[in-house]
Design a binder for this molecule. Sequence first.
Ligand SMILES: CC(C)(COP(=O)(O)OP(=O)(O)OC[C@H]1O[C@@H](n2cnc3c(N)ncnc32)[C@H](O)[C@@H]1OP(=O)(O)O)[C@@H](O)C(=O)NCCC(=O)NCCS
Length: 156
Amino acid sequence: MKLMIEKASSNDLNKILDVINISNREAFSKIIPKEYFKSPILTIEELKHDFEVMEFYVYRLNSEIVGVAALHVEFEDSGRIRWVYVLPEYQRRGIGTALIKFIQDRAKRIGLKRLWLITPERAYWAINFYKKLGFEMKDRIERPWGFDAVMYKELK
Ligand SMILES: CC(C)(COP(=O)(O)OP(=O)(O)OC[C@H]1O[C@@H](n2cnc3c(N)ncnc32)[C@H](O)[C@@H]1OP(=O)(O)O)[C@@H](O)C(=O)NCCC(=O)NCCS
């Protein structure tokens, strides 16, 4: 079977940027007030910086990148999940779940004990998505437009 998820290479940067910015605009412009909403959410310079410090994974469908997710190993035993985005027309087909499970396996392999992430509480779709994957809400951070949820999962 053809491998769908793989570590991204620097050749993938422009496509990753598109997936993140298109998916972010579609989802978050609905819940973040205009005055706080940054679009595009990410520039190529910012992405290049993150690419140096995080591991990016891409989901390919017929060689096109339709989903991305990143793992930022910040401490010896914990990693933060960043930049989880699936193109709108490919959502709800299990692609996001496959990306997070892939990152979980990778995290276990390199000895991490937990994963964590931040997502807006109003992004009910993302909260549902992470809860279904076994993440629990542990904390909340106040933002000008509402609260961000801090979610954790212990890896067993
Ligand atoms: C969140 C996201 C990555 C999920 O990816 P996906 O490939 O669509 O997710 P899956 O198909 O694996 O969904 C798994 C479960 O998550 C939940 N879920 C996903 N999308 C949902 C939605 N729009 N509404 C409600 N629940 C949703 C459901 O429980 C779903 O299971 P089900 O389809 O059997 O009901 C994707 O919707 C996305 O890119 N959204 C915009 C960006 C975003 O919110 N990123 C994450 C926070 S930074």
